[in-house]
Design a protein around this ligand. Structure first.
Ligand SMILES: *[C@@H]1O[C@H](CO)[C@@H](O)[C@H](O)[C@H]1NC(C)=O
Ligand SMILES: *[C@@H]1O[C@H](CO)[C@@H](O)[C@H](O)[C@H]1NC(C)=O
Ligand SMILES: *[C@@H]1O[C@H](CO)[C@@H](O)[C@H](O)[C@H]1NC(C)=O
Ligand SMILES: *[C@@H]1O[C@H](CO)[C@@H](O)[C@H](O)[C@H]1NC(C)=O
Ligand SMILES: *[C@@H]1O[C@H](CO)[C@@H](O)[C@H](O)[C@H]1NC(C)=O
Length: 480
């Protein structure tokens, strides 16, 4: 009896263990490296913002990482997809994210967290950055660091997203973003017990991309304001007919081959041709693109902008789109464990006007001084931070029904708790059942597209929906 009890206890212990934690990942030259195995870490990711920007509701005490049941449901499907990283755009640093962070950790999935928010005072105002760089703003972003720094699966922080999207916005903002990065890095150094990389997520506006990257990576007399990582939101590969050349991936390789820091796609997945087939996945993880560290597909949930790989239904169930099936198939073909580290350790060039190709872009490398009262804040830490910590993951069965792209229910869904500090990898499976459920009225077509996989709407076809989307997001951020 006693031994049975003990075995049960051990079994329960295994099922709900808190000991498992993904390995910390570190920047080494151009590579992201798993600090325990010493192998290269390639980001196989998906951007995660259920509800879109409106999913951030601090006034109601919720954001995309506060509802345990929602996180469990989605972590299961992201795990089956083969993802090892999510990016989350808007979090409230005063809320408790322990359950969600722990669920993703147990699933072997890392998190890249943007420190900003969409509301007033929660980001740099790109029209007048000097008005928004102050102590109250830093309190918010340091709060995000305090909140997420103890989770082993916090992979990196983004200091800003697409603040520069043309030459006008490229004139003065870069130095403010470097100021913010300097302060975030100082704060992490003072208060976190490991290094966590900080970087910028850039819009793929080719006119300013090279200059943005040059400005962000250069060494400014060792002031620590440079990006540790560089994310590129890249939507240039559209549909099954695109090629390495037509998508301009060759230009990207040229640009980033000699990067001193890891570069990856912080968003990708053009939706001008629907349903998406994600041929760019094979290219992104090929030898030709070895200087990039993978990327994150935009995005998990279907929102107005029509980029979702899954539809979150009003009743809490999820219906996979054929985009999910296509992406899963592409991920299944990858073996990222075989992708060798580039070993490239290039010293960043010294910051200098001559690195900047366009005179209209920022050439001023005098980074704004630390704002009034901010040095003390960095030294002493913010008041009453909400510090996250891993907790037990006690439930693993999917709390909601999940339907495949043809309407049939996906059965037997539960979170696979990874042992041995594992990182998630593609499993080779196909989640969407072939046939439609008998009781389902979801329309199905030959290619398995669900009723929601409509051809791209006019809005997202206009000028490449992403540019428009990016621009309006930034505009909204700026207005708020
Ligand atoms: C979590 O989300 C589910 C599904 O939307 C909802 O039913 C539930 O009330 C939420 N839980 C909390 C604690 O808000
Ligand atoms: C850092 O803190 C975390 C959470 O408190 C702990 O699990 C981990 O072992 C610490 N790491 C180091 C290197 O001290
Ligand atoms: C990268 O550096 C190597 C070695 O210095 C050089 O041969 C190559 O031309 C550089 N590539 C680019 C695109 O600048
Ligand atoms: C939930 O809503 C979806 C979409 O409207 C529907 O197909 C499904 O049958 C519903 N499931 C349950 C369990 O109510
Ligand atoms: C360069 O930026 C600094 C602040 O970051 C500012 O004080 C200085 O006036 C700028 N220089 C020029 C030439 O605009």
């Amino acid at each position: 009896m006693r031994s049975l009890f003990n075995s049960l206890a051990v079994l329960t212990g295994l099922l709900t263990s808190v000991a498992v934690a993904v390995h910390p990942v570190e920047v080494q030259g151009q590579d992201l490296i798993d600090t325990v195995t010493n192998k290269r870490f390639m980001i196989v990711g998906v951007d995660y913002q259920p509800g879109g920007q409106a999913g951030y509701k601090p006034q109601e005490g919720s954001d995309p990482l506060t509802n345990k049941s929602v996180c469990l449901r989605d972590a299961i499907m992201l795990q089956k997809l083969g993802a090892n990283t999510i990016r989350v755009y808007n979090v409230d640093p005063t809320l408790n994210h322990d359950d969600c962070a722990s669920i993703f950790n147990s699933a072997g999935i890392y998190m890249i967290i943007d420190v900003n928010g969409p509301q007033s005072g929660e980001s740099i105002n790109r029209a007048e950055p000097w008005t928004s760089y102050h102590k109250d703003y830093l309190k918010r972003i340091f709060g995000v660091v305090e909140n997420f720094m103890a989770y082993p699966n916090t992979l990196a922080f983004f200091s800003a997203n697409e603040v520069m999207n043309d030459l006008d916005t490229g004139k003065v903002n870069p130095q403010y973003i470097r100021a913010v990065q300097r302060d975030l890095k100082s704060y992490i150094k003072e208060h976190a017990n490991r290094t966590i990389p900080v970087g910028y997520s850039a819009a793929d506006v080719r006119e300013i991309l090279q200059d943005t990257w040059a400005y962000m990576q250069c060494d400014n007399d060792g002031d620590g304001s440079e990006s540790d990582i560089f994310g590129l939101n890249s939507y240039s590969w559209c549909g099954g007919k695109a090629t390495f050349q037509s998508a301009g991936y060759d230009t990207l390789v040229d640009m980033f081959e000699n990067s001193s820091v890891p570069v990856f796609f912080s968003e990708y997945g053009c939706n001008e041709v629907m349903p998406r087939v994600f041929d760019e996945v094979a290219a992104l993880y090929s030898d030709k693109m070895a200087s990039l560290s993978g990327g994150l597909v935009y995005e998990y949930s279907q929102e107005d902008s029509n980029y979702g790989i899954a539809v979150i239904n009003d009743n809490g169930t999820v219906t996979l789109r054929s985009d999910y099936d296509a992406l899963q198939k592409q991920f299944n073909k990858l073996d990222t464990s075989k992708i060798a580290a580039t070993g490239t350790k290039i010293k960043a060039p010294k910051c200098d006007k001559k690195l900047i190709t366009n005179d209209a872009f920022d050439t001023n490398f005098t980074i704004p001084a630390v704002c009034p009262g901010c040095q003390t804040l960095i030294k002493n830490g913010i008041d009453k931070p909400t510090n996250g910590k891993l907790v037990k993951v006690t439930q693993i069965a999917s709390p909601n029904k999940i339907y495949g792209s043809a309407g049939g229910e996906v059965t037997g869904l539960s979170l696979k708790l990874l042992s041995n500090d594992g990182v998630n990898a593609p499993s080779g499976e196909t989640s969407s059942p072939k046939g439609a459920a008998s009781e389902s009225s979801t329309s199905t077509s030959a290619d398995g597209a669900s009723g929601s996989s409509k051809p791209t709407g006019a809005a997202s076809k206009l000028a490449g929906g992403w540019t428009l989307l990016g621009a309006s997001l930034v505009a909204a951020l700026t207005l708020l």
